[in-house]
Design a protein around this ligand. Structure first.
Ligand SMILES: [Zn+2]
Length: 342
């Protein structure tokens, strides 16, 4: 009986693995293997103190996390940060081998006292001038990570493009946030989508620093990246942060072969048509409900049929094996008895 149960369990497991592979595909399997072999966060020994009341919490492939004493960062946040960084590098076709110092502040006041910034996250030049430091009140901050990645691989362009890229990826990679095109579509309907000429220079963007400005920049930059690719976008990131509007328009026309006004018109039209729906830069990790339901039914039927077939066939095999073992036992017994008589 025990043998039967054991074999049935093994069979059910095999069916389950096959059904998962069928539904998730080979890609999901390789994804899981990659996740399994990727080095997890290296946790710092308790009581490790860095500088100025910062405790080194953990280190992953691309981040070094510092917290205030007693604070912590969950593992999922550190893993999502790595996934986001890898996807962003692939989308922008850049390599990033650096290690980002990530300072997790317990409050906005704490962040303000250290960096002088009134926002919830900011990127500042690291002490000594080597690279950048990320300061955030969040345990995971895709928006600020995009700033670091862009500055260290592409350059620091006028805020419109810099904030646009960070906003688009930031919302795509923050669980629960709505897609930037969806938000832009809503602004368009309300007549609040900003004309690009009012946002292009650093000065204009900063003086307009509002939700519509970020959303407009995010939707337009995401559109540029999706339609024209990363190479052309990188030409805009070579622009000096404080470029004048004429210079920005000129560079745009050279890189894209069209004026920014014409591309703006096409983008608005696509938004109006609802053609820019919700194409997230984050691969959908959850299957749809329908797929899940189908998987469930397949698994249930396969498991039942498999178990019945297995028990019937297994019984016969077990009987045959028992018969052979008994026959062998008798042969050995006879041989032993004969050996004892001689
Ligand atoms: Zn930003």
């Amino acid at each position: 009986m025990f043998k039967r149960v054991l074999l049935a369990a093994a069979f059910v497991l095999l069916l389950f693995a096959l059904a998962s592979l069928y539904v998730g595909g080979v890609a999901s399997l390789t994804d899981r293997v990659v996740h399994f072999f990727r080095p997890g966060p290296k946790m710092a020994p308790p009581g490790t103190v860095a500088v100025e009341n910062w405790v080194l919490f953990a280190e992953t492939e691309h981040f070094r996390y510092y917290v205030r004493s007693g604070d912590h960062i969950p593992r999922w946040a550190m893993e999502l940060a790595e996934d986001h960084l890898n996807a962003a590098c692939a989308a922008l076709q850049v390599d990033f081998a650096g290690l980002i110092p990530f300072y997790k502040h317990p409050s906005q006041l704490d962040l303000y006292q250290v960096t002088g910034s009134k926002s919830t996250g900011v990127v500042v030049a690291a002490e000594g001038g080597q690279g950048s430091e990320l300061h955030s009140v969040h345990r995971y901050d895709a928006h600020e990570v995009m700033h670091v990645l862009a500055h260290e691989t592409l350059g620091e362009p006028p805020s419109f493009f810099d904030e646009g890229l960070a906003t688009a990826f930031g919302w795509d990679w923050t669980p629960g946030e709505r897609d930037v095109h969806e938000r832009a579509n809503l602004l368009l309907e309300q007549g609040r989508l900003v004309r690009l000429k009012r946002l292009l220079t650093n000065w204009d963007f900063r003086s307009y620093k509002t939700y519509p400005a970020y959303t407009t920049a995010g939707s337009f930059t995401k559109y540029l990246l999706a339609v024209y690719g990363p190479e052309k976008l990188s030409k805009l990131f070579e622009l000096d942060k404080y470029s004048q509007r004429e210079k920005i328009e000129e560079r745009f026309a050279t890189a894209y072969g069209e004026s920014i006004c014409d591309v703006e018109a096409s983008w608005r039209m696509e938004l109006e048509r609802g053609a820019l729906g919700t194409t997230s830069s984050r691969p959908a990790s959850q299957n749809t409900n329908r797929e899940l339901a189908i998987t469930g039914v397949i698994l249930l039927i396969a498991t039942f049929v498999g178990a019945i077939l297995f028990i019937v066939a297994g019984e016969k095999v077990a009987d045959a094996v028992t018969r052979h073992i008994r026959a062998l036992g008798r042969t050995v017994g006879r041989w032993l008895r004969r050996g004892a008589r001689e």
